[in-house]
Ligand binder design. Sequence first.
Ligand code: APR
Length: 248
Amino acid sequence: MTDDNLIRAADWLRLAERVCVLTGAGVSAESGVPTFRASDGLWEGHRIEDVASPEGFERDPGLVWNFYNARRANVKTVKPNPGHYALAKLEERWGDRFTLVTQNVDGLHRAAGSKNILEIHGSLHRTRCLCCAKVEDRGLEPLGEAPECPHCHGQLRPDIVWFGEALPNDIWEPALVAAHECDVLLVVGTSAVVHPAASLIPVAKGRKQPAAKVVEINLTPTEASRHADVGLYGPSGQVLPKLVERLG
Ligand code: APR
């Protein structure tokens, strides 16, 4: 990451009325949460269709619950890293004109103090009942292979958006508005290959003039890079604090 690019990104942020951030698994990597598509990623050891699809849950709910209980146990042991805290710090500057859209389900942004968070892929902390539809925050305790709803004893599923499922409208709509209205979009730690999340990036570029400035923060260029006005390449746990420091 060059200082010039850091200075440019900080200058755009300084002038921004509204800021939107899109984060992916990379922002939690330095906390010890595995990403998905790295060589040692979650999708190396599991078939998405078996553990992250409604068909897979229908076929073998125990296998799916084992997968999510293992992820819950991992997240229980980790803490936010300086990148999460830096984003919470940025939010203090813009207040409700700052929106953090995350694909992550680990809850680490909230643990770091971020407030205006849109968890577009759901949360490991929550379950949803297939019978009475109640959504509950269950923390990160193990839930066994066939947890039952405490209200109606119906079958519970993780409150996670699986492949092939629509994002909850009450979360996705505000995310679209935030991407459309922002002056700067930070794209942090995502390979930007999963839609519709990744479509927020061209939405920010396609809004009324002047188009938003897109700043990519990642270890390497990604599908987002072609939309980025600048790339800050390095671990987000180091880059984000530097950006906050530069912003002053
Ligand atoms: N700092 C910054 N970026 C990092 C770091 C780090 N320390 N470590 C990894 N990365 C980057 C990788 O280079 C990669 O571009 O984070 C990105 C992680 O990409 P993925 O593993 O594909 O994760 P993500 O983009 O969040 O996946 C999106 O796909 O499987 C679904 O629902 C799941 O929400 C997930 C979605």
